[in-house]
Design a protein around this ligand. Structure first.
Ligand code: SAM
Length: 218
């Protein structure tokens, strides 16, 4: 187990190259690039696949799910404009890579996963790596009202609609980042909550996520 969590010069070098790739693809926020350069993405892979860990690709993590493509993680994170101390709700913990990026930026993270196997695994692995979000098991399409409001909400699975429940759980001035579309492709949407019932919405680039499954989802 201990051997698995070694961050050697080969992986550190590969991570630097990944940061350069993301810069070329248009990620400009230096803080986001900096944390991508720090979080050891290969820890989320079986050692046999470490040579895949710093390619800008999504990768299977079991239970029919994927670790998100680094570009997608950087893109969504950039849109969140994380400030130190921000209370962030992440829907779709998966393996927890995105969670680590948010924590490294100084956010307080509430993360929810619907698949028990992934929830149990990530709940063990992240603290072992030194990352301590608040873990929840359940349907994140309804948010986590008990801990609301949040400064930021990020959804890491593709939704058919923007669930109202998530908007009500944002503070005024808060931001929701969510991919919305059909099962094949989604547009990244950001919603800025400008007043109790006022929102400013922006529809951005096209992505392909695994589906958000739940009450306010597929
Ligand atoms: N954030 C992860 C990362 O850093 O690589 C990737 C997450 S993966 C693309 C999407 C995750 O959303 C899957 O683990 C899936 O089980 C989860 N998911 C789908 N619907 C959900 C729901 N309603 N509530 C919570 N998690 C959900």
């Amino acid at each position: 187990m201990a051997y698995k969590y070694i961050d050697n010069y080969r992986e550190q070098g590969a991570r630097k190259k990944l940061v350069e790739i993301l810069k070329k693809k248009g990620i400009a926020d230096e803080r986001v690039l900096n944390v991508i350069g720090m979080v050891p993405r290969h820890f989320f892979f079986d050692e046999t696949f470490w040579n895949q860990a710093y390619k800008d690709i999504a990768f299977p993590i079991g239970a029919g799910q994927t670790i998100s493509q680094p570009y997608t993680v950087a893109y969504q994170t950039e849109l969140l404009h994380i400030k130190t101390g921000d209370k962030v709700l992440e829907i779709g913990t998966g393996c927890g890579y995105q969670t680590c990026i948010l924590l490294k930026l100084g956010a307080k993270v509430y993360t929810i996963e619907r698949q028990e196997k992934l929830y149990e695994r990530t709940k063990q692995v992240l603290p072992f790596m030194g990352y301590k979000p608040n873990f929840f098991l359940g349907d994140g399409s309804k948010g986590i009202p008990e801990h609301a409001p949040y400064n930021k909400i990020i959804v890491t699975a593709g939704a058919p609609i923007i669930p109202d429940t998530l908007l009500t759980q944002l503070v005024i001035g808060g931001i929701l980042v969510i991919p919305v579309g059909d099962e094949k492709s989604q547009k990244m949407v950001t919603v800025l909550k400008t007043g109790e019932y006022d929102y400013e919405e922006h529809v951005l680039d096209t992505f392909r996520f695994v589906p958000l499954v739940g009450d306010k989802a597929w």
